[in-house]
Design a protein around this ligand. Structure first.
Ligand SMILES: *Cc1c(COP(=O)(O)O)cnc(C)c1O
Length: 955
């Protein structure tokens, strides 16, 4: 027998698309049969309206899919084109070491990076505890008691503080005073955010006193961008005296040594937690932070983790004050933040736990000593050091020589900040060594003998009156895990409390929880990508810049637009950038009066919040009984606001999971009235390779790379929300002339872009298209199997859904009293994650299986839902009371089953739901807490690690 197979067939191994896509060919046949379609192509023909389909293959520069080894080799080649230097540029980004135990057990661990935002607290206690630790770290170090866990970077945190002070204060003035010694990018983002809201920025040197006239707030930096540490207390007091509030941008590491702004009277403190072990990544992702005085707690934007109790009275965590969330508040929302930087906040929290207060203080002291000794050496050689008091950054005056000295330092492997032709900034950090100091002295032509001798002669350069006296990080969590064994087990215990994609499918509609492949993830921790400073010389980032250019081009081609900016750090930020582009476009044509933004009632809450931030008036368009935009209402609203129409924001396919056939008509009507069309691209997983928003009527879209393009959700971030625009809007993308910056770093979060680059490169255009078709098939399969058990709310003209489907429980709830909550929590007993609850329609569950799930896993979910339906029937029949049944009491902890049992159903059924669900017994996951009482926690807001006694009392 001839066993030979031609080499050409063996060379490339299994195509990656076959690994990314879950169902095998035989499974596809079964799924197609279930929905009565003969092929994926036929499904595409019937489900996707003809009017938007790409009929001809679209010209593309996307290369065909390649194997993992080929793509990783290409990424290695790109990485090799980057040059990593010792980062001493500062500007809010510091060298740091990610402890290996945290890199390996958190950053590179799918139990952490594949989790979703902790909306289902019973199966999210681990990341909630990590985030509470983050909040405690920030609160303790800044000296203000309430810190959230949702800020995207320092610059946008400053913008959030700017608007928070305006809401929280009593002053009516629209002026906001910003100290001149503020990070330049922070100033840029403040300008972008202030303008549409009518906030007037006044930049002034506050060391010389507050400006004349009224203002509602001030922003100080501590230390300043120049490195100088000034006593901010008197300025804060003076601002308070004049009826204004004060925010302070502060360096968390410096605060281990300096009096915290909270003790100096600040109302809000903000910044970045990057230097707590989070790689530079050419600018991100990093978690920003914002802490406030207790009285402003309810003004905090985004998510806040708080302590509450479960139905057995045990302490349990959950997101506090959830009614402030965007999808509920919509145009009344105070911020549009949705996806944040959870994974990076977890890393920062772990860094604080790993080092503890003493370790952090040591790192701060070392950093400071390096700077003090560096400055002393430079001074001894006659170099003019500009500030006497600083923490880690030394600014020097070198008339006419800044460029030459920076170049020489760069040649020696160190990057400095070029402030201007006469000034350089030298920022020390955790990674600075005395060898680096020596190199710098040499570059500056300074002779220094023994470093030890210089060190002994040199005093600290911290202001004596501002040395910290208060304790911080006193909670046991910051003391108990000094050994790596202990830390490893703490991390494992937390991860085990959570359900992430590494244990079960997460069928969250609108969130596209699909595979984050290991090969896609691997490059992000390669030092050539991870250790680049965002303001390194461009030539040092040649590889990353090429990767960015590729990805921008590929995304533009896949969406049918002319240009893409990767700067926005989440979908919400992409929306804001897109709407700013529209506003600037109208302004450029002398039509700045166009300010009405039409938004369908079914839209994601960020849409309306972003429109308000962009200075637009939101007008809601009704949704018809079929779930589509109500065309009559749309026409009426267009007619009513014709002269003022700026834009329509429409999600496609709709948030109802349907390909609306009339979308072209809708776009035409808006254009005809002089408006622009914003297509929310969060649901792009139903379009890639089939249709392009830029080709069917959109002028601008954002994408969520953390949905369609495989960046993991990280427990609620990082995200990347590229904004894509048609030719006429290209000049209005962020930072390209007309419109300013929307994120702190010029390219947003390049540190995670290798993931999406790898995904597109691995799949190729054919693989991407197949992924889309399989995702649509999977959603239709779920709908077909569940339809007889739960009504499926909406479908297109041909009866198909798009890539997700909505199960309508409202009738069931009305008839039986069993709610969507009960079903969601019961799924946890089955070891499954709930679908999206009550969005976009209250009382429903939205299911999105994605292309990555095997048929067996999809069936496990469907069978669980059918099993739950049978349980509901037993409530309906009166066998179990509405108030005491396995659904209402779900989820069940192991402890609750062995406690005294007095329920009308057996404990075994509670913990091991039987019926036709294979894999429940052998894959049992015990939720660590019973159902969490959110209202109790909101009444008694506790948002930092409680003393251990609180846990003792609860029991
Ligand atoms: C997820 C989502 C958004 C917001 O994206 P973030 O990255 O979370 O800010 C906007 N619109 C829709 C339809 C979404 O599903």
């Amino acid at each position: 027998m001839d066993t030979r197979v031609p080499l050409s067939e063996l060379e490339d191994g299994v195509p990656f698309a076959d690994r990314h896509i879950g169902p095998r060919p035989a499974d596809l046949e079964r799924m197609l049969a279930t929905i009565r379609a003969s092929s994926l192509e036929e499904l595409a023909d019937t489900a996707v309206p003809d009017s938007i389909r790409d009929r001809e293959p679209v010209a593309t520069t996307l290369p065909p899919g390649a194997s993992e080894s080929v793509v990783l080799a290409e990424l290695r080649a790109l990485a090799a084109r980057n040059t990593v230097t010792v980062p001493m540029i500062g500007l809010g980004y510091s060298g740091t070491t990610t402890p290996a135990v945290i890199r390996r057990h958190v950053l590179e661990n799918p139990a952490w990076y594949t989790a979703y935002t902790p909306y289902q607290p019973e199966i999210s206690q681990g990341r909630l505890e990590a985030l509470l630790t983050f909040q405690t770290t920030v609160a303790d170090l800044t000296g203000l008691p309430v810190a959230g866990a949702s800020l995207l970077d320092e610059a946008t945190a400053a913008a959030e503080a700017m608007t928070l002070l305006r809401r929280a204060g009593r002053a009516s003035s629209p002026r906001f005073v910003v100290d001149a010694d503020t990070l330049p990018r922070t100033l840029d983002v403040l300008r972008t955010r202030a303008e549409p809201l009518g906030i007037e920025l006044v930049v002034a040197d506050l060391a010389a006193g507050l400006p004349e006239g009224e203002f509602y707030g001030v922003l100080l930096s501590y230390p300043g961008a120049s490195g100088a540490v000034r006593d901010i207390g008197p300025v804060i007091a003076a601002a308070h005296e004049r009826g204004a509030l004060a925010a302070v941008a502060a360096d968390l590491l410096a605060l281990t040594l300096l009096t915290p702004p909270g003790e100096l009277g600040a109302d809000a403190v903000l910044g970045t937690t990057q230097r707590f072990g989070v790689p530079l990544g050419f600018g991100g992702p990093h978690a920003g932070y914002l802490s406030v005085h207790q009285k402003h707690a309810r003004q905090l934007p985004g998510r806040l983790v708080g302590l509450s109790r479960d139905s057995d009275g045990n302490p349990a965590l959950r997101l506090a004050l959830q009614t402030r969330e965007q999808h509920i508040r919509r145009e009344k929302a105070t911020s549009n933040i949705c996806t944040a930087q959870v994974l990076l906040a977890v890393v920062a929290a772990c860094y604080a736990v790993h080092h503890g207060p003493d370790g952090l203080r040591r790192i701060a002291q070392r950093t400071h000593r390096m700077a003090a000794v560096l400055a002393a050496g430079l001074r001894s050689g006659g170099v003019e050091v500009l500030h006497g008091e600083f923490f880690d950054t030394v600014q020097v005056r070198v008339p006419g020589r800044a460029e030459a000295l920076a170049d020489a330092a760069h040649d020696a492997g160190i990057s400095l900040r070029r402030v201007d032709a006469d000034t350089l900034g030298l920022a020390c950090s955790e990674v600075t060594t005395t060898a680096h100091l020596r190199t710098l002295w040499e570059v500056f032509g300074v002779e220094v003998g023994e470093v030890a001798g210089l060190d002994a002669e040199t005093a600290d350069a911290l202001p004596a009156g501002l040395l910290r006296t208060s304790d911080y990080l006193t909670h046991p969590v910051f003391h108990e895990h000094r050994s790596e064994t202990s830390l490893m087990r703490w991390l494992r215990r937390l991860a085990d409390a959570d359900l992430a994609l590494d244990r079960t499918m997460i069928p969250l509609g609108s969130c596209t929880m699909k595979l984050n492949a290991a090969a896609e993830m691997e490059p992000i921790t390669w030092p050539e990508f991870a250790d680049l400073h965002p303001f390194a010389p461009r030539a040092d980032a040649a590889g990353t810049l090429e990767l960015i250019a590729d990805l921008e081009r590929w995304l533009a081609e896949l969406t049918g637009y002319a240009a893409v900016s990767l700067q926005p750090n989440a979908g919400s930020q992409g929306e804001f950038a897109g709407l700013l582009a529209i506003a600037a476009y109208h302004r450029s044509r002398g039509e700045s009066h166009r300010d009405v933004c039409l938004i369908p009632a079914s839209a994601h809450g960020t849409n309306a919040a972003s429109a308000v931030m962009a200075g637009m008036r939101v007008v809601v368009v009704a949704t018809g009984p079929t779930g589509d935009v109500d065309l009559d209402d749309l026409r009426a609203k267009i007619a009513e606001h014709r002269g003022a129409l700026a834009a329509l924001m429409i999600t496609y396919p709709s948030t109802h999971g349907v390909y609306e056939a009339a979308v072209r008509e809708i776009c035409d009507a808006v254009h005809e009235a002089g408006g622009q069309v914003y297509v929310d691209g969060a649901n792009l997983n139903a379009l890639v390779g089939l249709a392009r928003p830029g080709a069917f009527g959109g002028d601008v879209s954002h994408m969520n790379l953390h949905k369609t393009f495989c960046i993991p959700h990280g427990g609620g971030g990082p995200g990347v929300g590229p904004v894509a625009v048609a030719e006429h809007l290209a000049p209005f993308l962020p930072d390209r002339g007309e419109v300013g910056a929307v994120s702190g770093a010029p390219h947003g979060s390049p540190g995670v872009l290798p993931i999406s680059w790898a995904y597109v490169r691995l799949m190729g255009p054919e693989g991407l298209r197949r992924a889309t078709l399989t995702a649509v098939l999977a959603a239709n399969y779920v709908a077909a199997r569940l339809r007889e058990h739960y009504p499926v709310l909406y479908a297109g003209a041909d009866g198909h859904v798009a890539h997700e489907c909505i199960l309508d429980l409202r009738g069931i709830t009305k008839d039986t009293g069993v709610s969507v909550d009960d079903v969601a929590k019961r799924l946890a007993d089955y070891g499954l994650h709930a679908p999206t609850m009550s969005f976009p329609v209250a009382g429903t569950l939205m299911v999105e299986p994605t292309e990555s799930e095997d048929l067996a896993e999809i069936d496990r979910f469907v069978d669980a839902m059918i099993g739950i339906r049978a349980e509901i029937a037993r409530v309906a029949s009166g066998e179990w009371p509405v108030e005491d049944n396995p659904l209402r009491n779900a989820p069940h902890t192991a402890a609750s089953l062995v406690a005294k049992w007095d329920h009308p159903y057996p404990a075994e059924l509670a913990g091991y739901p039987t019926g036709a669900v294979p894999g429940v017994h052998d894959r049992k996951v015990w939720p660590p807490v019973r159902r969490v009482d959110g209202a109790h926690g909101d009444r008694n807001l506790v948002c930092s690690c409680p003393p251990v006694e609180a846990f003792a009392e609860g029991r």
